[in-house]
Design a protein around this ligand. Structure first.
Ligand code: ZN
Length: 387
């Protein structure tokens, strides 16, 4: 992935942070700053509205604004070719402070005096350039997942991890995105422990009334029956798709318009030991560019959001087989990753984002070894009763 310098290359000499004023949360609409100022432990008179409220030093506000500026822009004199035809003598889309601050940064300040103070403190005559020089920041982030998908769908499905082979001029190596995913899962502690008392529901829709009689008939299918691609597992690879809630499980599995399979069976398993699942339902919100600790995760969180969006899309039978390849690759990367040691993934249901589905990385034999089926919980129902 493209290397970004997160705040550590701030050129402090370029800006004047020397200010005595204090500012409350009323004069800036940016959510990150509003929250930061409201949470300040310093209560004092705000120099802009004269009210006694939680405030932060203007000097600190200026420093954080520069963190954001530095996240988005860089100085073209560092790397650009001179272009004598151009107004600024550099090629490409570069601009001066005034345009960067008033048109590109979109810092939402509602107080004119505060705006002017910030402007005057930070004003300088150097040039600015989008760090994503071939498009906007948002486009770049959207492209991460898109380019990754293109690579594993149309270039290399099994060896995309070779360094420098599939490098994109904006993306870097596709494998690096996955390493970032691993880092984000660990850094944000996106795990949930399933304990042996938790019920893991499984549901199967079938033809004959008495098709499901015991655990082996309703846990993950034997490999030879894995004849279709799934969002997370490829043909031939068996996994346990289920849910912690019975109704979510039924809703997810049963297709009420399929008259060839008029029955469904539902029952629950319990794990005979604790399971560690990667919980993708508690992904943090995308950090602010001004957040000096968290802004390094913006790319990865947006990548994971796109991934989650794709795994929780309703399954469409007409989707071509390769549509599932990217999510299968990410799932396999999580499954076999020694730094994660995960037993499965919790992800949002395709039917409603607030509901949770689980996938356990267990095939038929592993289910029978590691999970205990509650035979009394097994019920066979008619699909038409759901209508
Ligand atoms: Zn104020």
């Amino acid at each position: 992935m493209k290397t970004r310098k997160f705040g550590d290359d701030v050129d402090y000499n370029l800006y004047n942070f020397d200010a005595a004023e204090r500012v409350c949360s009323s004069h800036i609409n940016d959510e990150f700053f509003k929250k930061l100022i409201k949470g300040s432990t310093t209560t004092a008179k705000c120099d802009y509205c004269k009210k006694v409220k939680p405030v932060i030093e203007l000097s600190e506000l200026l420093r954080l604004i520069v963190i954001g500026i530095d996240y988005l822009f860089e100085d073209p004199t560092n790397f650009k070719y001179l272009d004598k035809e151009s107004e600024t003598y550099f090629d490409g889309d570069n601009f001066y402070f005034e345009e960067m601050f008033s048109e590109r940064l979109n810092l939402q300040i509602t107080d004119k005096d505060l705006y002017n103070d910030i402007y005057n403190h930070l004003f300088n005559d150097s040039l600015y350039y989008w760090k994503d020089e071939y498009g906007s920041h948002t486009e770049y982030l959207f492209d991460l997942w898109k380019i990754f998908k293109e690579t594993v769908k149309h270039k290399a499905r099994y060896v995309f991890y070779y360094e420098d082979t599939f490098r994109d001029f904006r993306l870097g190596d596709p494998i690096n995105i996955l390493h970032d995913v691993q880092k984000a899962i660990n850094d944000f502690n996106l795990f949930r422990i399933i304990v042996p008392s938790d019920k893991l529901y499984r549901c199967r829709q079938h033809k004959e009334l008495a098709e499901v009689k015991e655990a082996k008939d309703i846990c993950s299918p034997p490999d030879c029956y894995c004849k279709t691609n799934n969002r997370m597992s490829a043909i031939g690879i068996s996994m346990f798709y289920g849910s912690l809630k019975e109704e979510v499980c039924i809703n997810e599995v049963v297709n009420t318009s399929d008259t060839t399979m008029p029955f469904y069976s539902i029952g629950y398993f319990k794990s005979n030991k604790e399971l560690k699942l990667v919980d993708l339902t508690k992904l943090p919100t995308v950090p602010s560019i001004y957040d000096e600790k968290e802004n390094q995760y913006i790319d990865t969180i947006l990548f994971l959001k796109e991934f989650i969006e794709d795994i929780s899309k309703p399954v469409n039978v007409s989707d071509s087989a390769i549509e599932y390849v990217p999510t299968q690759v990410v799932t396999e990367y999580i499954k076999f990753n020694p730094a994660l040691k995960a037993d499965g993934i919790i992800y949002p249901s395709s039917k409603a984002k607030s509901l949770e589905n689980i996938v356990l990385f267990k095939d038929n034999a592993e289910c029978l070894r590691d999970l205990d089926f509650s035979l009394p919980s097994l019920r066979v129902m008619k699909v038409r009763q759901l209508k």
